[in-house]
Design a protein around this ligand. Structure first.
Ligand SMILES: Cc1cc2nc3c(=O)[nH]c(=O)nc-3n(C[C@H](O)[C@H](O)[C@H](O)COP(=O)(O)OP(=O)(O)OC[C@H]3O[C@@H](n4cnc5c(N)ncnc54)[C@H](O)[C@@H]3O)c2cc1C
Length: 341
C-alpha cells in the first residue's frame, strides 16, 4: 500500500483527465493521474473529431484514420451533402489517441498509475485499490458515472446512450441518418476508419433503452445493406447533465461534468477544453477563457433543441427536418452542431 501527497489528483485518464494533468505538469506542479484500466485509451467511441477538436490537439497526421471534406446527412425527407475545401471531420482510433496523450502527459512529468481504481473520496484524500493519496486539488475526469460527481452530491439524470459496432471493411463516406421513427431525437452514423467503420446510434430518448436501440440500429442497417452481426455491439452512457465544474478545490471536467452534447453525443472537444481550462484555473484562479463561455452557450442551445424535439414524434420530425433544411440552404452553419464550432 502507498501513501503520498500531490498538489493535484486527477481521476480518469480519458481526454479530459489527460489534458488537465498535462497542463498542470507543464507548469511544474506534481500531479497524480489515476486510471482504473490497465491500458489507457480504449473507449466505446466512434472517434469522430471535427476541425475544432483537432485544433486543440496538434495530433501527428499518422494518427488520423480518415479525413472527410464531405459529409452526407439524410433525414426522412431530405438528403444533404456538406462539402468544404479542407477536411470537416477526421476519425481517430481512441486507443491510439489515449496512448499518444498519455505519452505526452508522462513526458510533461505526470505520475500515471494505471490499474488503480478510486474507491472513496474525502476532503483532501482519495482512497484507492492501491492506498490513500492526499491532494490539495482534485479533478473528477472519471466519465459519465463519476465518483467525484457523486461525492459532490450532484445527480446525473440527463444522459444519452451511444451504441456502435466497429465493423471491418472499406467504407468511404461519412454519413449521418436522422430518423425519428427509428431513433427518436437521435441519429445513426457511419464513420469510416482505416480498415473498418464505426456504425452506431446515439439517442437521448428515455423510452429507447440500449436493447431497443440496438434492434432499431439493426433494422436500419439492414435497410442500407449493412450486416452488423460480425462485430459485437458496444454501448456507453454519455452525460450532458451539466450542473457546474468548479466546487472550491474540486473540479469536474468532460463527461463527469456533463459537458457532452445532448443533441449529438459529441464530447471529446468539451473533455479536452474543460480539462485544459480546469488545469489553468487551478494554476491561476482568475483565469477566464472565451472558448469555455462559447462551449456552455452551445451546450445550452443543444439542450433547448433537444427539449423541443423531445415533446412528441411530430415536433421531433419537424425540428430535425428544419435543421437539415437550414443546413441545406446554408442558413445554419454545420459548426453550430459541434460543441467547438
Ligand atoms: C458509442 C459512442 C460514440 C461516441 N462517438 C464520439 C465521437 O465520434 N466524437 C466525440 O467527440 N465524442 C464521441 N463520444 C463521446 C466521447 O467518447 C466522450 O464524451 C469522451 O470520451 C469523454 O471524455 P472524458 O475524458 O470526459 O471521459 P472518458 O473518456 O469516459 O474517460 C473517463 C476515464 O475515467 C476512468 N475512470 C472512471 N472511474 C474511475 C475510477 N473510479 N478510478 C479510476 N479511473 C476511473 C475510466 O476508465 C476512463 O478511462 C461517443 C460516445 C459513445 C458512447
Amino acid at each position: 500500500m502507498q501513501t503520498s501527497s500531490f498538489h493535484t489528483i486527477v481521476i480518469g485518464a480519458g481526454p479530459a483527465g489527460l489534458a488537465c494533468a498535462t497542463t498542470l505538469a507543464r507548469a511544474g506542479q506534481p500531479v497524480l493521474l489515476l486510471e482504473r484500466h490497465r491500458r489507457i485509451g480504449p473507449k466505446v467511441c466512434a472517434g469522430g473529431l471535427p476541425a475544432s477538436t483537432l485544433a486543440l490537439l496538434d495530433l501527428p497526421p499518422a494518427l488520423l484514420e480518415h479525413r472527410f471534406s464531405r459529409q452526407l446527412i439524410r433525414s426522412g425527407w431530405q438528403r444533404v451533402e456538406l462539402a468544404a475545401p479542407a477536411p470537416l471531420v477526421c476519425t481517430v482510433d481512441r486507443e491510439k489517441l489515449g496512448q499518444w496523450m498519455a505519452a505526452r502527459a508522462a513526458a510533461a512529468g505526470v505520475t500515471i498509475l494505471t490499474g488503480v481504481t478510486a474507491q472513496g473520496i474525502e476532503r483532501g484524500a482519495v482512497r484507492t485499490s492501491h492506498g490513500v493519496f492526499h491532494y490539495d486539488y482534485l479533478v473528477g475526469a472519471d466519465g459519465s458515472s463519476s465518483l467525484v460527481r457523486r461525492f459532490l452530491g450532484l445527480p446525473t439524470t440527463r444522459v444519452g446512450i451511444g451504441l456502435h459496432h466497429q465493423l471491418a471493411g472499406d467504407f468511404d463516406a461519412m454519413a449521418w441518418h436522422l430518423s425519428p421513427r427509428h431513433f427518436g431525437n437521435g441519429y445513426a452514423w457511419v464513420f469510416p476508419h482505416r480498415a473498418s467503420a464505426s456504425i452506431g446510434v446515439y439517442s437521448a430518448c428515455s423510452d429507447l433503452p440500449p436493447r431497443l436501440l440496438q434492434e432499431k440500429l439493426h433494422h436500419w442497417a439492414t435497410k442500407y445493406g449493412i450486416d452488423l452481426t460480425p462485430a459485437p455491439p458496444r454501448a456507453a452512457r454519455i452525460s450532458f447533465d451539466y450542473r457546474g465544474w468548479r466546487f472550491g478545490t474540486i473540479f469536474l471536467v468532460g463527461d463527469a461534468a456533463g459537458l457532452a452534447s445532448g443533441l449529438t453525443g459529441e464530447g471529446i472537444y468539451a473533455a479536452l477544453l474543460s480539462g485544459e481550462i480546469a488545469g489553468r484555473t487551478i494554476l491561476d484562479p482568475a483565469y477566464t477563457d472565451r472558448r469555455f463561455v462559447a462551449l456552455l452557450r452551445r451546450h445550452r442551445l443543444h439542450e433547448r433543441i433537444l427539449t423541443l424535439a423531445g415533446r412528441n414524434r411530430f415536433s421531433c420530425s419537424l425540428i430535425l427536418e428544419t435543421l437539415v433544411a437550414a443546413l441545406r440552404c446554408g442558413m445554419f452553419d454545420h459548426t453550430a452542431l459541434e460543441l467547438g464550432g
